[in-house]
Each structure stands twice: as structure tokens, then as C-alpha cells.
Design a protein around this ligand. Structure first.
Ligand code: NAP
Ligand code: ZN
Length: 351
């Protein structure tokens, strides 16, 4: 066992604070990673505050992890000491079900998440990336391109794959009109990917001040979703809408904007249900309301390689870990441009 240092939520109502724990020994198929950067996902905040009702404490958040391999087990073939490596939202799954067999481990009934799950090896809670090291099975460890800015790669491990995967699943490309709802961590990656895939991309935002950034990120049009007449101008015109909003809201603002057979896919996970949609908005144009969860390991690697080839990273604000509680508050105010990333070197000062 190796001692790790971290920041943890000890109680849903208290700020995150320093916490020490042990990482498991490096098994035959494992890699040990010195964590260099970890992104701050809204899911970290939801779970640190027990907004989904399933958190166990202490809880060390963080599932957008990049770092360097410091040790490998004797059966490891994918990595050697010194390689860059990444870890996203999952660290294990059953490995034998149809979902696992198709590379869709996120849909396995036995997925072990990077934190707030139970480690299959030890039976202990899993702890995430707001920490200085992690031990992960090589099968759940991603190869990180060397040509991209490392801190800005971290958010690809969750915000990146969570938006890439549905855009690929619904085969988005040239000739499509795609809406992205919400310009935060997920939303800004959705704009970049939708634009890179050649779709006409429209941002729906509640923050007029983000319009210029959205265009720079690749949006062709920006709609202020608080203005009904702006929404009305896009009636029945979208092939696909990716909704990334982290709070309950009226989905019937967006459903009528879909064409016949169009789909709105939800990826946001609010703490209480949306009050909609109306049945009429679904049946009269045979529209679909769908959902999507992160992406499998194979597709996450494909996404990272796509980003390396197209020079895509996240737009980040790098923070020391001591700023994490302030960053959570800013994220709640939709004031993040467009992902906080923790410089894990700052943890040493906290230890
Ligand atoms: P984020 O950075 O906080 O972005 C969310 C954005 O939603 C905000 O920037 C804001 O954009 C908009 N928004 C916030 N409150 C709103 C409200 N009341 N009404 C309308 N719009 C609102 O969060 P994130 O990290 O991108 O995560 C978004 C959600 O996805 C979270 O619920 C998270 O847990 C979930 N998530 C799901 C998956 C998955 O696999 N499905 C993976 C990761 C995260 P504007 O200012 O532009 O309006
Ligand atoms: Zn996440």
C-alpha cells in the first residue's frame, strides 16, 4: 500500500479539505500513475454534496486524470514507466457481459467508477483524482497524446468523451444542424466536436456574455434561451440537440425545435427531475428524447487520438487545489471558462 494525499469531501455540507489514504499495491495488470492534473466536473460537485443521494464519505472526487506512469505490474504491456497516462470515469467493469464485450463498459451493470464506488481488489471505496497518485488496471488506462498541452487534455477524459460519444452515436456530420444547450465544461467540448464533425452548430445559453466565446469555440449561431422569440426562429429545424444543463429546466423550450425524427439527448444529471416534455412535442413529429453516459474505453482512446490529430483540447482555468471550494461556487454560478483543472503539484503545499 502507498500513502496518497488528497482533498476530500468529508460531509455534504462542508468544504473539501485535506485527506490521506492508502492506494492498493500495484498488481500484475496495474499501472501506478503520478497525477499531474485533474479536471473539475460538475459531477464532482453533485457527488461531494450528495445531490444524487448515493455518496459515501470521505469522498475524493476527480475523474479527469492525467499524469505519468511511475510503476507497472509484470503483466502490463500497454505502458512503461515514464509514459503519459489518463484515467476517466471508470476503473473496472465485469469484462464478460454484452456491454463489456462491445467496448461499452460504461453500460455494464458492474462498472466500478473512479470514485464513490467499491474497488474490486480491496473492497474499499475508490478515490478519485484530487490526489497525487492512483493505481489502475491497464485496461482502464488511456494513452495520452504527447503533442497536446497536458493540463488542457485532462477534461477530455470526461467532458470530452461524454460529448464525443453521443455525437458519434447519432452519426453527426456535414449537413446536420446540431444544438448544444449550456456552455460549461461539457457544452464547450460539444461545440468543438460538433464543429469538427462538420455540423452547423448552434449554442443555446442562458448567459449572453458567453456569445463571443461560443463563436470562437466553433458555434455558427448563438441563441439566448431566455428569449422565446429567438427560440421560435429555429422551430422544427434541428436534427440533434445535446443538452448538457446541470439543473432541472423545461425541456419543452427545445423539443419543438427538432425536425421530424429529431433527437434531443440529455447528458446533464440534475439533482431533481425535469418538469417535461409534453407528449404532444414527442408524438406529432416522432421526436425522441434520449440519454447518454460517458463513453467506452475504446471510444475514449479514439476521441483522444482524434483530438491529437485535430489539435483539440479543453479551454481551461488552472487552479491550485486550495481554490477548489471557490471553483465549485463559480461553477454553480455558470462562471467557468470553460473547465477548471487542478494543478496537482499544489497538493504538496497542502500536505
Ligand atoms: P457546468 O460546467 O456547470 O456547465 C453546465 C452549464 O449549464 C452551465 O455553464 C450553464 O450554461 C448551464 N446551466 C446551468 N444552470 C442552468 C439552469 N438552471 N438553466 C439552464 N442552463 C443552466 O457542468 P458540466 O461539468 O458541463 O456538467 C453538466 C452536467 O452533465 C452535470 O449535471 C454533470 O453531472 C453531467 N455529466 C454527465 C455525464 C454523463 O455521462 N451523462 C458526464 C459528465 C457530466 P450557460 O451559462 O451557457 O447557460
Ligand atoms: Zn465528469
Amino acid at each position: 500500500m502507498t500513502k496518497a494525499i488528497s482533498y476530500a469531501a468529508h460531509d455534504p455540507k462542508k468544504p473539501l479539505a485535506p485527506f490521506s489514504f492508502e492506494r492498493r499495491d500495484v498488481g500484475a495488470g496495474d499501472v501506478a500513475i503520478e497525477i499531474l492534473y485533474c479536471g473539475v466536473c460538475h459531477s464532482d460537485l453533485h457527488q461531494a454534496r450528495d445531490e444524487w443521494g448515493n455518496s459515501t464519505f470521505p469522498l475524493v472526487p476527480g475523474h479527469e486524470i492525467v499524469g505519468r506512469v511511475t510503476q507497472v505490474g509484470n503483466a502490463v504491456t500497454k505502458f512503461k514507466v515514464g509514459d503519459l497516462a489518463g484515467v476517466g470515469c471508470m476503473v473496472d467493469a465485469c469484462g464478460t457481459c454484452p456491454d463489456c464485450n462491445q467496448g461499452l463498459e460504461q453500460y455494464c451493470n458492474h462498472t466500478v467508477f473512479t470514485y464513490n464506488s467499491l474497488d474490486k481488489h480491496t473492497g474499499n471505496p475508490t478515490y478519485g483524482g484530487y490526489s497525487n497518485l492512483i493505481v489502475v488496471d491497464q485496461r482502464f488506462t488511456l494513452k495520452i497524446p504527447e503533442n497536446l498541452e497536458l493540463a488542457a487534455v485532462a477534461p477530455l477524459l470526461c467532458a470530452g468523451i461524454t460529448t464525443y460519444s453521443p455525437l458519434r452515436h447519432w452519426k453527426i456530420g456535414k449537413g446536420h444542424k446540431v444544438g448544444v444547450v449550456g456552455l460549461g465544461g461539457l457544452g464547450h467540448m460539444a461545440i468543438k466536436f460538433s464543429h469538427a464533425f462538420g455540423a452547423h452548430t448552434v449554442l443555446f445559453t442562458t448567459s449572453p456574455g458567453k456569445a463571443e466565446d461560443a463563436r470562437r469555440l466553433g458555434a455558427d449561431e448563438v441563441v439566448i434561451s431566455k428569449n422565446p422569440e429567438e427560440l421560435q426562429a429555429h422551430l422544427q429545424s434541428f436534427d440533434f440537440i445535446l443538452n448538457t444543463v446541470a439543473a432541472p429546466h423545461n425541456l419543452d423550450q427545445f423539443m419543438p425545435l427538432l425536425k421530424r425524427d429529431g433527437t434531443m439527448c440529455l447528458v446533464g444529471v440534475p439533482d431533481s427531475p425535469h418538469p417535461s416534455p409534453s407528449i404532444a412535442n414527442l408524438i406529432f413529429k416522432r421526436r425522441s428524447l434520449a440519454g447518454s453516459l460517458i463513453g467506452g474505453i475504446r471510444e475514449t482512446q479514439e476521441m483522444l487520438d482524434f483530438c491529437a490529430e485535430h489539435n483539440i483540447t479543453s479551454d481551461i482555468e488552472l487552479i491550485p487545489i486550495q481554490e477548489i471550494n471557490r471553483a465549485f461556487e463559480r461553477m454553480l454560478r455558470s462562471d467557468v471558462k470553460y473547465r477548471f483543472v487542478i494543478d496537482i503539484a499544489s497538493l504538496k503545499q497542502a500536505a
